[in-house]
Design a protein around this ligand. Structure first.
Ligand code: DGL
Length: 288
């Protein structure tokens, strides 16, 4: 029998706003759980960054969530999950650590493989350039079954969503262009911004369009059941952002589907996150 530890909030980490679409599903699955969401909006987008940079940003954000009292951190971002999850797990988790870092790539692969193993056909995975360059989604699918997978980078889509243009002609044209010529029977949304583009995706393809987020939530519930030592605290969600907190509250609600209240700003100094809240001056700054 494992030793029970104090109830802790669940950390959710994303490069910015997108992970709020995952938090929406996590909150549905665990309505009483306290979540601490950290969006690295001030340093996003991650999708075109080098792997080494993503590892370093991810370490800082995960450490920040641990310092907020979280013991389980869900890396909601596909880019971070596909590049840095193994590194984060090796660094922060393991026997005696009482910490866990979970990702979204394996649940996405499980969902997609399950879909084609009953119906047949090829999986199309649409994601950021870095996610696609990692090839991690295909690797995870092939651990499950010898399925056909095509990954396609769609770097314009997350910025279109950030701009609030997800229902515009621009969005529909861009999605259609990215799906053009894809010979696939199911499309997997491999970026946390893309659920906001579901209409544009469904207009551009006759294939089913899968958002892994509800399955990520189901897998978390299952994981918590199998790991009773990780007792979850109850409470309202808390939001932290490295970007402008007001902008995070305003735009975040589009992604969460609910008001994003009281956002705490996490400041960065010389490339590192500050451990506590600090007021970032506006306008010109003269360093003493
Ligand atoms: N949230 C990221 C993902 O799911 C995409 C946005 C970015 O490029 O930072 O891959």
């Amino acid at each position: 029998m494992g030793r029970r530890v104090k109830p802790a909030p669940i950390g959710v980490y994303d490069s910015g706003f997108g992970g709020l679409t995952v938090l929406r599903e996590l909150s549905r699955a665990l309505p009483r759980a306290e979540f601490v969401y950290l969006g690295d909006a001030g340093r996003a987008p991650y999708g075109g960054r080098d792997a080494d940079v993503i590892l370093s940003l991810a370490e800082q954000c995960v450490e920040r969530l641990f310092s907020e009292g979280c013991r389980v951190v869900v890396v909601a971002c596909h880019t971070v999950s596909s590049v840095a999850l193994r590194h984060l797990q090796a660094r922060y988790t393991g026997p005696g650590q009482e910490r866990a870092v979970l990702g979204v790539t394996i649940p996405a692969a499980e969902l997609a493989v399950d879909h084609v193993s009953t119906r047949g056909g090829r999986i199309a995975f649409i994601a950021t350039a870095r996610t696609v360059a990692s090839g991690t989604f295909t690797t995870e699918c092939h651990k499950l079954a010898p399925v056909a997978v095509v990954e396609r980078a769609a770097p314009l889509l997350a910025p279109i969503v950030e701009e609030g243009w997800e229902t515009s002609d621009v969005a529909r044209l861009a999605v259609r262009r990215y799906l053009d010529g894809l010979d696939a029977q199911v499309v997997v949304l491999g970026c946390t911004h893309f659920p906001l583009l579901r209409e544009a995706f469904e207009a551009a393809t006759d294939c089913p369009v899968l958002d892994p987020a509800p399955f990520v939530a189901a897998r978390l519930v299952d994981w918590l059941t199998r790991h009773p030592d990780f007792t979850v605290a109850e409470g309202e969600p808390r939001f932290l952002s490295t970007g402008d907190p007001d902008a995070f509250a305003t735009h975040g609600s589009r992604f969460l589907g609910a008001p994003v209240t009281t956002v705490q700003h996490v400041a960065e100094t010389a490339g590192r996150l500050e451990p506590a809240a600090r007021v970032v001056p506006r306008g010109q700054v003269v360093r003493a």
